[in-house]
Ligand binder design. Structure first.
Ligand code: URA
Length: 205
């Protein structure tokens, strides 16, 4: 398979974009992943939430945020008072990147070029859904949306302007929160994400 961008007509609808993304070969991640994990939610959502990339569960089920990080995030979204009809949930990168380790598949961070290739799809989601505000979860989503790769600890809780021209609130990725070994720091980061989700609700109004 070649990694050259495909010469295709730009999709005219969100559903056409999804159909095209299912066939994507813009980078090599499609070779090992099971399937494209497209966004889900309301096509006219006021809020778009962007994660990094599908993990093991998402790769197998085809749904974003279907695993442990997704459980945490979905619970916190509900606690913030957002319902599914208000949200488009997606990832910066649409294929799972992993390293095989015995029977397990270990998550690997997407490279900048992989994020750049996949921006085509994220850009289409933004263009069709036209959210009022976008939440970037973690550094990969923040880079995808803003092309800025400054470290997260300086940016979390701030609103930046995305490449698409709209506001992007930056927060911690739920998987990052789950991985923090110290319970106090984990709790603190979780409270910060809750704070950011509450702010997202008011920015969307
Ligand atoms: N982590 C992500 O960034 N996205 C998912 O869909 C699942 C875990």
């Amino acid at each position: 398979r070649n990694a050259m961008p495909q010469a295709v007509e730009p999709p005219a609808t969100l559903d056409q974009a999804r159909q095209a993304a299912l066939q994507c070969r813009r980078c090599k991640l499609c070779e090992a992943a099971t399937q494209t994990v497209w966004g889900e939610g309301a096509a006219d959502a006021a809020v778009m939430i962007v994660g990094e990339q599908p993990g093991d569960h998402e790769d197998l089920t085809g749904r974003p945020f279907a695993g442990p990080a997704g459980q945490l995030l979905r619970g916190m979204i509900a606690d913030a008072g957002l319902d599914g009809a208000q949200i488009w949930l997606t990832n910066a990168v649409k294929h799972f990147k992993f390293a095989p380790r015995g029977k397990r598949r270990l998550h690997r961070n997407p490279a900048r070029d992989e994020i750049r290739h996949c921006r085509w799809w994220l850009g289409l989601e933004l263009a069709f859904v036209r959210p009022r505000v976008t939440l970037a979860l973690g550094a990969s989503a923040a880079f995808a949306l803003t092309d800025d790769d400054r470290p997260m600890h300086r940016r979390r809780g701030t609103v930046e302007t995305g490449l698409h021209g709209g506001p992007v609130l930056i927060s911690w990725h739920p998987a990052h929160i789950l991985r923090l070994p110290d319970p106090d720091r984990r709790n603190h980061a979780r409270l910060q994400l809750a704070e950011d989700l509450a702010r997202l609700v008011s920015l969307a109004e």
